[in-house]
Each structure stands twice: as structure tokens, then as C-alpha cells.
Write a protein that binds this ligand. Structure first.
Ligand code: FUB
Length: 313
């Protein structure tokens, strides 16, 4: 019985250690984490919410990395509005990918323009090669009824690269090999029931998984045989958080799948007297604008569907 008791305590301690990972960046507010693996290191590209933010007035992008999912390096500012001649506001949710010896950093600004910057290292510095947006709300073929934001990049096994973006409608383009131009066509994805924002594409066992934030705030997904859809809606994989928005990415690292997402737990931890609120519409509260990035393990079922992720502290 004594041994049993000790084992229970030890496993409870281990569970606490392995589950006390969130939020995993605590020295600054961060949101919209796009996680990528380059050369055995996992990098995270988030938005940077300001310490005193009361709106989404972000100005720069940091890059974080880890090799053990426990200790994180902040590589500092990799790119910022100061590096752009054509935009001054709203440095929102970015993504990054490697191709032909370079790292391509995609970012939205002024909720209407998507840019691309290029660097030699995954943590920047990145430089703007175009001196203009790659694509924007007035580009021919783009459908934008609200914001034009949240670029997510994906390179298929045949080498074709895609960029997904938009709010309410998923717009997608096929990038050229140079990764800073595209073939001129804009595809509007179908089968994205209830799509609100934050599209993310990944491939698992030959199928294409489009996951996103639904209009009701949960993270949802659909599966297709084609990277441009149509997608077959499969359900919710993360419940609504206490941050108003959410924004996620899905990545495999060292044989384990993970979902990265955000909440406002760090804000509430830093402000213990404030009572947590859920959802939009809390204009009296800064919590939706001071977010904190998290990750948890993600598992697939035998039939290829994903199990809902259990958010841990
Ligand atoms: O961070 C600003 C916006 O909030 C992002 O573009 C959305 O995905 C939401 O997280």
C-alpha cells in the first residue's frame, strides 16, 4: 500500500510537470502561433500583443524556438512595421516556411494586405523583397467581405506551395517556385462550414486537413483529397478560449503531433483581481488584446479523424 501511495504521488507530480506547460511564453504577450519544424528545431511565429494593448495594434514579430518543448528561446524581433514602406499598422498573425535555402515569412498588415519577407535564417532578420504586398483586398479574384488576414503557407509533397488567407471566405493561391509571386489565380475554398478566420493546412496520410476558427469561436476542421478542397467537415478540435479570438497551428515534432493556440491566461495570471470573461464584446477589458500562446498534444483516430485537443494549464 505504501508503494502504491508513493506511485500515485509520483505520477500526480509527473502529470503536473508535463501539463504545467501553458502558457509557454510568459515574459511578453503573444498570439496566433504558427509552429514549424526546421532542422530538428521547432520554431513558433506568433503575433506580439503589446503590454498595454487595448486594441490589435501590434507592431513587430518575434520568433521563438525549442528542441525539447520545455525551454524556449526568444530570438527577438525578426521583422517589424519599420521594415515596410507600404504599411504602418496591425502587424498580425504570420507564418513562415523554408524553401531552396531561404525562409519565407508571410504576414498580414492593416487587415487588408498580405506581404512576404525573406531571410537566410528561420529567426530572421527578414527583408521585404517586393516593396509592396504580395496580394491584397483589391487584387483581382480576391473575395473579402471583412478582413483579409491570417496567411498560412503549405508546401505539398510534389513541391507546389499554397498560401491560404482571408476572413469568412478562405482564399488560396498557388505560389510560384520563387515563393514571392503566384500564378495569378485566386481559389475560393468550399466545404469550410462556419469558417471565420485563421485557416491552417496540413497533410496526414495523404489527406489534406484544413483547420480554422469557426464563427462560434471553436477550432474546427475538414478533410479533402485535394489541397484546394472541397473539404468534408469533421468537427470541433478545440473549444472556445477565454481570449475572444483564437488562432492555431498543427505540427508534428519528434514523432508527436501538437496543436498550438492562444488564450488570455497570462493576462489573468498577471491581473489576479480581474474576473475572467469569455468571448467577444468585452470592450471594457484588455484581455482579448493581451494573449498568451499555448500548445497541447494532438492525436488521430484510426480513421484519420482528429481527437479534440484537451487544453492543459
Ligand atoms: O491577432 C489579430 C487577429 O486575431 C488574428 O489575425 C486573428 O486570427 C485573431 O487571432
Amino acid at each position: 500500500n505504501k508503494i502504491k501511495g508513493v506511485l500515485v504521488i509520483v505520477s500526480a507530480l509527473l502529470a503536473h510537470i508535463s501539463f504545467s506547460q501553458n502558457p509557454f511564453i510568459t515574459h511578453m504577450y503573444t498570439a496566433d502561433p504558427s509552429a514549424r519544424v526546421f532542422n530538428d528545431t521547432l520554431y513558433v511565429y506568433p503575433s506580439h500583443d503589446k503590454d498595454n494593448a487595448v486594441k490589435f495594434t501590434m507592431e513587430d514579430w518575434h520568433v521563438f524556438s525549442t528542441t525539447d518543448m520545455k525551454t524556449w528561446t526568444d530570438h527577438g524581433v525578426a521583422f517589424s512595421l519599420d521594415d515596410l514602406s507600404w504599411a504602418n499598422n496591425q502587424a498580425w498573425a504570420p507564418d513562415c516556411i523554408y524553401r531552396n535555402g531561404k525562409y519565407y515569412f508571410y504576414y498580414p498588415v492593416e487587415h487588408s494586405k498580405i506581404g512576404v519577407a525573406v531571410g537566410d535564417k528561420p529567426y530572421g532578420p527578414f527583408k521585404d523583397p517586393l516593396n509592396k504586398p504580395l496580394i491584397h483586398t483589391n487584387t483581382e479574384g480576391v473575395v473579402c467581405t471583412r478582413d483579409f488576414i491570417d496567411p498560412a503557407v503549405f508546401i505539398d509533397d510534389d513541391g507546389q506551395a499554397y498560401l491560404y488567407m482571408g476572413q469568412l471566405v478562405v482564399n488560396a493561391i498557388k505560389l510560384n517556385d520563387d515563393m514571392i509571386s503566384y500564378d495569378g489565380n485566386v481559389h475560393l475554398l468550399e466545404g469550410t462550414a462556419d469558417f471565420f478566420e485563421a485557416a491552417w493546412m496540413h497533410k496526414y496520410k495523404g489527406n489534406y486537413y484544413l483547420s480554422y476558427v469557426g464563427e462560434s469561436g471553436e477550432i474546427k476542421y475538414g478533410i479533402s483529397k485535394n489541397p484546394l478542397g472541397p473539404f468534408d467537415y469533421k468537427g470541433v478540435i478545440l473549444p472556445k478560449m477565454n481570449s475572444g479570438t483564437n488562432h492555431h497551428s498543427i505540427v508534428e515534432y519528434k514523432g508527436q503531433w501538437y496543436m498550438f493556440y492562444h488564450n488570455s491566461d497570462l493576462y489573468y495570471k498577471n491581473n489576479p483581481d480581474v474576473e475572467p470573461k469569455f468571448g467577444w464584446g468585452h470592450k471594457d477589458s484588455p484581455h482579448p488584446y493581451r494573449r498568451s500562446i499555448c500548445f497541447d498534444k494532438l492525436y488521430y483516430n484510426e480513421d484519420g479523424t482528429m481527437q479534440p485537443v484537451i487544453p492543459t494549464k
